[in-house]
Design a protein around this ligand. Sequence first.
Ligand SMILES: Cc1ncc(COP(=O)(O)O)c(C=O)c1O
Length: 372
Amino acid sequence: MNIPLASQDISDLEIKVVNEVLRSERLSLGPKIENFEKAVCDFVGCKYAAAVNSGTSALHIAMIAAGIGPGDEVITSSFSFIASSNSILYVGAKPVFVDIDPETWQIDPNKIEAAITPRTKAILPVHVFGQPAQMKPIMEIAKKHNLTVIEDSCEAIGAAIDGKKVGTIGLCGAFAFYPNKQITTGEGGILITNDEHVARMARSLRNQGRGEGATWLCHERLGYNYRMSDINAGLGWAQMQRIDYIINKRSTVAQWYTDRLKDYSDLILQKIEPNVEMSWFVYVVRLADRFSIEQRAKLLKLLTQNGIGCNPYFSPIHLQKYYRDQLGHREGELPITEHIGQRSFAIPFSTKITQTQVDYVCDTLKKLIGQI
Ligand SMILES: Cc1ncc(COP(=O)(O)O)c(C=O)c1O
């Protein structure tokens, strides 16, 4: 067997729509962008969206539109993909990492207030692996301290907490559409918001700082070329027509894994809180406390040799080279993030995986853990 870690779900509809775009005269700045943005707005229930060329770009322009800049601090999680906190660095601000909850692996709201200083401007919660962070306490803390909340929802399109879709709870949110995500545009991202100012800024920033209705060579602010092409947007629009099916199918696959692994004492699964609706991004398990990072490395090697795609997930951001060298971060700062980051890993997950493959992954996993 050869089971990939992730796999996109592309139907004839996506191929038809992308073909239409290719046969049209508008490969960029065309109608598919608006169609895609509207589909995302309708789906999550928000007013505005600005499609861009990556989730990272969406986070970057969110930071600028929210007025975060040099000297500011933004509280976030190190148990995430590096783009979360890089977006804070791009605007000259400082990421301040707060440890995670040991069971849900999400930023621990009980530890946020202790990290607030007079320089804190915002909180960037990450909805890790498609589970929403606990937004109620986060929003309460933000309100009390007059902080902006930007949601890194890149892994969680369609997830909800207390009945509200992620990305719509804070000032704005970002989704990402790399092919391992729930839906894909090849590469791409989108910023969503109910705030008109943020939406206008995002549209200008992604398009070289042009103002609304401005001519091609008229630039009002420092902008970027973060535009999404109509080819990508056509693909994204078609994926949005199928998103309910995709999210449900991913949820079924996650349940297959959970049923097979939940009572297995060598592995610990992510706790899913009762007030959330998951939008499964990856299926991540972690080795029990007695295992070491070296044993995980051995296990991942054996899994790969057995045709099972796998990857450490996540390697804490604060211990990445740049963060150590430039920002002085060291081991021991975030004990729970580090403990879990040394033991957690993703196993194959997509709409395409079959129950037989899930059986094979789980049986092989259990067998190989006995060998490490
Ligand atoms: C939590 C998180 N934030 C941001 C991103 C960045 O998205 P992209 O890879 O589209 O730039 C990702 C994507 O992997 C992510 O998982």
